[in-house]
Design a protein around this ligand. Sequence first.
Ligand code: PEP
Ligand code: MN
Length: 379
Amino acid sequence: MTPPTEIDKFSNWLIQRTGKCLVAGPCSVESEEQILGTAKELAQCDVTLLRGGIWKPRTRPGSFEGIGEKGLGWLKSAGRATGLPVATEVAIPAHVEQCLKEKIDVLWIGARTTTSPIAVQAIADSLAGIDIPVMIKNPMNPDLGLWIGAIERIRRTGIKRVIAVHRGFSTHIKHKYRNQPLWNIPLELRHRMPEVPILCDPSHICGRQQYIASVAQAALEIGLDGLMIESHWRPESALSDPGQQLSPAQFGELIGQVIRNSESAMAGNNRELGNLWRQVGEIDEDLSTLLSQRVSILRQIEASKTEESGISRKSWASICATRLMAAAAKQLLGNGESKPGLCVSGCPHTETRSGESRKLMLHSETNPNSDSMTAEGPA
Ligand code: PEP
Ligand code: MN
């Protein structure tokens, strides 16, 4: 098997004067006028690479599935007119072939394709011996192995210019974001493959315009190498992903602000600690979502309660005992002794809660007064 190739130093080929690689353009190429108009406006905003989807892997059939091959020519002409290299998504070898024919500058593999090693290998085989940069989005599910595997498959073809793109992950927890960022995954990728540049795609993480700035900011603060942001000259009438696309003017404003803020944040902050706090924040959001789901299920139980379905005091005690044992196994229950610093919730403290008061708290949490059920348990 061919060993993976060296990666070309990123700064040799895709860095703007902002110091970051900025990929922007519409979710989909829709018409010659749309891609050219968008590209002309974006060219005023320090964009490194113009993106535009030609074949759209939509989750459900029946929605706009891309303009197809004829759009490649429009994309390339928009690039020529503005002096920007252009990129599009390929999902099968025939797409690669058509892109090479049209002299598309950069290819990317989308999240749904990265999920399938067979599909990635077919693309890799069609790229053997060809020197073209390839961006590889993370798979839909939070599986770092699949992401790394896809990167390895492309590198083994001899391609030196690969870029990973972090676009968030679909999980069972419903979040304010379309896809959860799970920042520890791109950070672990950085640790495992430090030579591979990583961009963040806040558009597909957020799914909505209003969250994009803060996610883009976080990405730069954790040290990612740039951003891929969807931008359309008329976002509200976009044929795909209308809610998450920015106008070129909004894109320009956001980039200026995010880059300025991340430079000042970096000057004063410890990046490692910032990353850890970001992960705590992410877990806290999941916890509150899960707790609210729990409360709503308990309310359903409460609403449907009949004499027979009420939980007995004895069963409740056994449920509590099991839950506490599970918590203890995860070392979540201390003996009340803690050193000054952070308590288990993350709050800074200097005083130690006594073992007695902790015991009381657990007791009151787990010792029901009656057999009847409330949203929190028997009351
Ligand atoms: C896209 O970039 O428009 C796209 C479909 O992305 P993803 O593969 O990340 O969903
Ligand atoms: Mn999109």
